[in-house]
Design a protein around this ligand. Structure first.
Ligand code: FAD
Length: 317
């Protein structure tokens, strides 16, 4: 079922979450162990992130360096199929522009369609670590809006090979990313919302936001989007802080601010066990306020660990 249908059908706020594929070499059991404790909160859909290739340098005899391409977290499609099979809930794979040609994208989408996957989140992806700016593949997409167009084309039966006759239509529900504190490369929030609107115009059905720690930022973002004529659901993404290091890491990596009141609480903590509790309490407050405001879905970034999400869900759902 489509994410938008789950939202329309829901009588109260829905719980959902995102997981990462395990590092290469680990077993799928580690994923199930993190999903199992969250199933009592009836998530109708679970997102699975996609991780593009990275370049690593291996030292050869004589000190020469050999550049190698590796995917550290493969398995997005396999995990989605396993989730749908084991839990009978919708799995939502993320799909990127980065590292994909249009042909790769089409074939990826065909696999998802054959597996009975109804939803995808279409993203540009970040630059590979060795590059400053995002570079599209020669035959790939530069922006998520272009990727949305390709998915929408397939939904209308238009494949890359125009000579294909009687080709079947897919029926993907398409999610895209939104940034209450603006995307790091956007010159302004208005500019970012302008391009967000383009993703919707090209066929996206809903938005999931980057994490935020101050609900006011989310409410203002939704207001701005609505004023610009964006009417699709805007699902808030929430992440509980769990380590002291994240005070610097999260703003650096995700380009979001942390409220002073939260920083003060974290700084007071003796160890990361205490920080984890502060993160849980903060996220519970955020969640309760969002739920009270009638937000249809709360979406949690589990980052591969579910014990804190479980504690939050117990208090909120
Ligand atoms: P876009 O929508 O393409 O926007 C990128 C930038 O370009 C923005 O600054 C935008 O304002 C600007 N822009 C857009 N269109 C144009 C245009 N036509 N002309 C000029 N400028 C334009 N990354 C992963 O690698 N894997 C994941 O699974 C993943 N999941 C995510 C889930 C969510 C909910 C979020 C919020 C992010 C996720 N990311 C993931 C990170 C994401 O890939 C990065 O934030 C990336 O830098 C931007 O992706 P996007 O889809 O928002 O890009």
């Amino acid at each position: 079922m489509k994410v938008t249908e789950h939202i329309e059908k829901a009588k109260e706020t829905i719980f959902s979450f995102e997981i990462l594929p395990p590092l290469k070499g680990q077993n799928i059991q580690s994923i199930f162990e993190n999903i199992d404790p969250l199933m009592e909160f009836n998530p109708p859909f679970i997102d699975v992130t996609y991780h593009r290739e990275e370049y690593v340098y291996k030292e050869l005899n004589g000190g020469l360096l050999k550049k190698q391409v590796v995917k550290k977290r493969p398995g997005t499609v396999g995990i989605c199929a396993a989730i749908q099979n084991k839990y009978q809930v919708d799995a939502v794979p993320h799909i990127l522009c980065g590292g994909f040609t249009k042909e790769d994208t089409e074939n990826f989408l065909i696999d998802l369609d054959f597996l009975g996957i109804d939803n995808v989140v279409a993203l540009r992806g970040d630059a590979v670590k060795s590059e400053t700016y995002f570079k599209a593949e020669k035959e790939g997409h530069r922006y998520a809006s272009e990727l949305v167009t390709q998915i929408q084309d397939l939904n209308e039966g238009a494949y890359l090979d125009e000579e294909l006759q009687n080709s079947s239509e897919t029926d993907f529900c398409i999610g895209v990313a939104g940034y209450p504190e603006k995307h790091m490369e956007a010159p302004s929030l208005d500019s970012d919302i302008h391009f967000l609107k383009k993703k919707i115009a090209n066929g996206a059905d809903y938005i999931v936001t980057q994490m935020f720690f101050d609900n006011q930022k989310y409410f203002e973002f939704v207001d701005k989007c609505r004023k610009e004529g964006i009417t699709v659901p805007i699902i808030p993404g929430l992440k509980p802080l769990s380590t002291k290091k994240q005070l610097n890491l999260i703003p650096h990596r995700f380009h979001v601010d942390l409220p002073d009141a939260l920083i003060k609480e974290v700084v007071k903590c003796k160890d990361n066990k205490e920080v984890r509790q502060v993160g849980i309490d903060w996220c519970i407050q955020q969640s309760k306020e969002l739920k009270k405001a009638g937000i249809p879905v709360l979406h949690y970034y589990s980052m591969g660990k579910s014990d804190n999400i479980q504690q939050i869900a117990k208090e909120v759902f």
